[in-house]
Every structure is written in C-alpha cells, then in structure tokens.
Design a protein around this ligand. Structure first.
Ligand code: FAD
Length: 440
C-alpha cells in the first residue's frame, strides 16, 4: 500500500539515506523543479568521525547528531519520512519500506556502509562495532561497566581481562579510539577507580597491514605509531585476529590476548538495498556505477558515497569511503539529475582529494594535505577546526567546542555515564532492534 506523500507535478527524486551524501544532494536540489523525498531509518544525521569520542565519554551523542527535519526546515520542495527501506522494484519504480510503498521517478541510494566482519560470525557476536550512535553508546557502557566489574573480582587474571582492550583495525577509527582510551587511562580512570591498579590496563591495537593509517603517507603512519607507543598503546602491525570467543583473542602470529573488550574497526561493506541486480555488486558489497553515479544497467537509479563504487580507468577500485567523496558526489548528482530531466548532457565526476587526517590525542594529530604534510600540535588544531567546520548545526559546533576546551584544561571527560547498561548478548541487541522497528 502506498504511503501518503504530498501531491506534486514535478518529478519525484527519492533519496535513501540522510548521511553526508544524501544531505548534500537534497540541499543542492533546493528551489529546483523536483520534489525531494528523503527516507532514513533514523530521524537524525550522524557525524561518524566523532563517534569514538561518544564511545570514550568525551562527547554526548546529541552533539554529533542533528535532526534531519531541522536541516531542511526552510526547503519547500523537501519531504522526509522515517522508514527502513527494504526493497527496490526497479521495473515498477517503487520502494518497499517499513511504512509502505513509495513510488519514485529518480532513486538515489545513499545508504552508506555497515561493519564488515568478513563472514566471521563468532567475532561478530562477541565484539563491539562502532558505526552508529547506539553502538557508540553500547561501547561507552561496556568500557565503564568493565571497570565497575573489575572492582568486584578477586582474581588478578579476571581483572586484567576486564581492563584489557583490543582494537582491531589500524585505520583512523582504530588509531583515534586507541589514543582516546590511552588518555582515559592516564588522566581520568585513576581518579575514578583509585582501588584498581590501572598500570595493568592494556590497550592493544592490531593491524594486518605493515603500518597503521595505510591510506595516509608513510610519514603520518610512522608518527601516529610513535605517538601511540609514547602513550602506552601496544601496536601490533602485520598481525590478524583470527578468532574471539568473548574472552580470548587469537592472533595469526599465535599470540593470545585475554580480554572481555574487543572493538572491531577493521572494515566496512556497502549497505545495499535488496532488489538491485546482484551482478552490479563489486568488492566490499558496493554498487557499481558509471562516472555519473548511475547504477550499471539502470536509467534512473543512482548510488553515491560509501555504498557506491565508481569504477573507471582512473579508479579501478572506486573511491575511498570518506565523507568528501559522498559530499562531492551529492553535489554533482544534483546538477546531473536536473540535466537529465531537461535532456541536457551529463557531467562526469572527478574527485578533488582535499587530504586526510587523524588525531591520536591532545596536541597529537597527523595531517596529509595535497601540498603539505605535518604532525603534532598544529595538526591537532587543524583537525579540530575542520571537524567543527563540517559538523552539522551551530549548537553542535558550540557544544563540541566548549567540551573540547573544558576537557583540554581539566584533563577530564565529562560524560562517563552508564545510562543504558550494555548486555553482552547479540540476541538482546537483535531483540531491541526489532522492538524499535515494531514501534515504527
Ligand atoms: C567511526 C567512523 C569514523 C570516520 N571518520 C572519518 C573521518 O575522519 N573523515 C572522513 O572523511 N570520513 C570518516 N568516516 C567515513 C564517513 O563517515 C563516511 O565515508 C560517510 O559517512 C559516508 O557518507 P554516506 O552519505 O555515503 O553514508 P552515511 O553518512 O553512512 O549515511 C547513510 C545513511 O543511510 C541511512 N540508511 C542506511 N540504510 C538504510 C535503509 N535501508 N533505509 C533507510 N535508511 C538507511 C543511515 O541511517 C544513514 O543515515 C568515518 C566513519 C566511521 C564509521
């Protein structure tokens, strides 16, 4: 059954996903002769680059989330619905969603990506991913609960397992999380838990490649590793987690680590909607598109951002899964959709790489810009400035800035709250997820 959507004489562009790509596209379609209908399973946009700060008690979740309706409150041609998109019917041109059927003239899939456990169900059910706000809050609760639990154990081995953190994946997320945990260990936890011997707290960062931050320059990798080591993190490159049963991590090198806290940031895969021809899915479960972001084999279906793999001679593996790709593709696609409607020529996408960066801790960051590379305190200020710039919403920018200034001078992290205790059981999480859906 079709849902109630305002009538329109203009073509309807349905955008699935209010992430970086979806928002940019919808904004650029303002005042154009189309109806923009955005669907997202959440009513808010998540600023994923700062999820790790929520997980480690540095920021509250509402400072990195922004209501999607508020982003577009002055855009007359914009309609929003909260729904989970379940299937696309390309021939009949409609979407099957949790709230009913939604017809489209043009469909843009901007659904981003989800955690990739590479088929290892044991790791999936025992580890902590960090791809959404609920997951970051689960991790925050688990970290704090582990220390509360450690206080109650007499056995040194059990205490150590509770205070041992293993982070898998040495990309920006893994590096930033390891650095934030090391700062908690040095500045915050000793005050909160004077009864625990925090010298026994371990932070291990495991990376299968020979170096951390492999998408950045060797100089940045080397400096990030040296910052982390200085902060007491055990960096284990050239190694791989092969199994984790909830208490023991086995590495390919044969080493075993006892821990109740495994954080998985080792990979993502595209969040593809059912109904898209499986033959157009490429490595990383991404949807193959042409250089106009048009999904191979379809006239009026497009994919942008993390879920898209624009395979061309210059980009045989598609573009990197970063916010700038999604933003730039969203911007150009808004023009191309209008060109298509008016039978004008389409413009091919060309990615302008603005550089990449990662922060390790206070005064410690690494920045690779196209024309210059630098590390240390200046890099840390640049990192903060750019994150504030791209954060959605003036209130959020202000709250985050005030928090950072407070944390810097007080050496504190204010949000060490177990609001929603984490129950370490995949079935419980699935049950909770289903309840949310049932309510919708
Ligand atoms: C922890 C972390 C740190 C990161 N740090 C950085 C960084 O420092 N710099 C950087 O450039 N990039 C970073 N990234 C990557 C960056 O966040 C992504 O590249 C970017 O978000 C991709 O934008 P997108 O629009 O493709 O998808 P997203 O921003 O992921 O948005 C997808 C949207 O689609 C919605 N959705 C998905 N499936 C459905 C469905 N079936 N029905 C309805 N709605 C759906 C989701 O709710 C979401 O709102 C980081 C990612 C993570 C997870």
């Amino acid at each position: 059954m079709s849902i109630d959507i305002p009538e329109t004489n203009f073509p309807r562009v349905v955008i699935v996903g209010g992430g970086f790509g979806g928002i940019q596209l919808a904004k650029n379609l303002k005042n154009k002769e189309v109806q923009v209908l955005m669907i997202d399973k959440h009513n808010y946009h998540t600023f994923q680059p700062l999820l790790y700060q929520v997980a480690t008690g540095g920021l509250e979740p509402d400072s990195i989330a922004f209501p999607l309706r508020k982003v577009f409150k002055h855009q007359k041609n914009f309609v929003f619905r909260v729904a989970n998109v379940e299937k696309v019917h390309p021939t009949e041109k409609y979407l099957e969603t949790s709230i009913g059927e939604i017809p489209y003239d043009y469909l843009v899939i901007a659904t981003g990506s989800t955690t990739n456990f590479f088929g290892n169900t044991e790791i999936e059910s025992n580890s902590m991913p960090m791809k959404s706000i609920p997951e970051a809050l689960n991790l925050r609760s688990l970290i704090l609960q582990s220390f509360e639990e450690a206080l109650l154990r007499d056995s040194i081995n059990e205490q150590e397992a509770l205070m041992n953190f293993v982070i898998v994946g040495g990309g920006p997320t893994g590096v930033e999380t390891a650095g934030a945990l090391a700062e908690l260990k040095s500045h915050v936890l000793p005050n909160d838990y004077p009864d625990l011997d925090l010298r026994r707290m371990q932070i291990n960062l495991v990376e299968s490649a020979p170096r951390l931050l492999s998408s950045m320059s060797p100089q940045a990798s080397k400096q990030a590793e040296s910052f982390l080591k200085e902060m007491g993190v055990n960096v284990r490159t050239n190694d791989l987690v092969v199994s984790y049963n909830g208490t023991t991590v086995e590495l390919k090198s044969g080493r075993k680590l006892e821990t109740t806290n495994l954080i998985w940031s080792a990979g993502v895969k595209g969040s593809v909607i059912e109904g898209i021809n499986p033959e157009v899915l490429v490595r990383g479960n991404r949807i193959k598109t042409d250089s106009y972001n048009r999904v191979s084999g379809y006239e009026n279906i497009f994919a942008i951002g993390d879920v898209a793999a624009m395979i061309t001679e210059e980009t045989p593996n598609g573009h990197p899964g970063v916010a700038q790709v999604a933003i730039q593709q969203g911007k150009l696609l808004s023009k191309n959709i209008i060109n298509l409607i008016n039978n004008r020529e389409l413009k091919a996408f060309s990615y302008l790489d603005l550089g990449s960066m990662a922060t390790v801790g206070r005064n410690k960051a690494v920045v690779d810009l196209p024309f210059i590379r630098f590390q240390g305190i200046f890099a840390w200020f640049v990192w903060m400035f750019l994150h504030l710039l791209f954060l959605v919403g003036f209130r959020n920018k202000l709250v985050v800035l005030v928090n950072w200034i407070w944390n810097y001078f007080s050496y504190d992290r204010g949000t060490r709250l177990i609001i929603r205790p984490y129950r370490k059981n995949k079935d419980v999480m699935d049950e909770e997820r289903n309840l949310v859906h049932a309510k919708l």
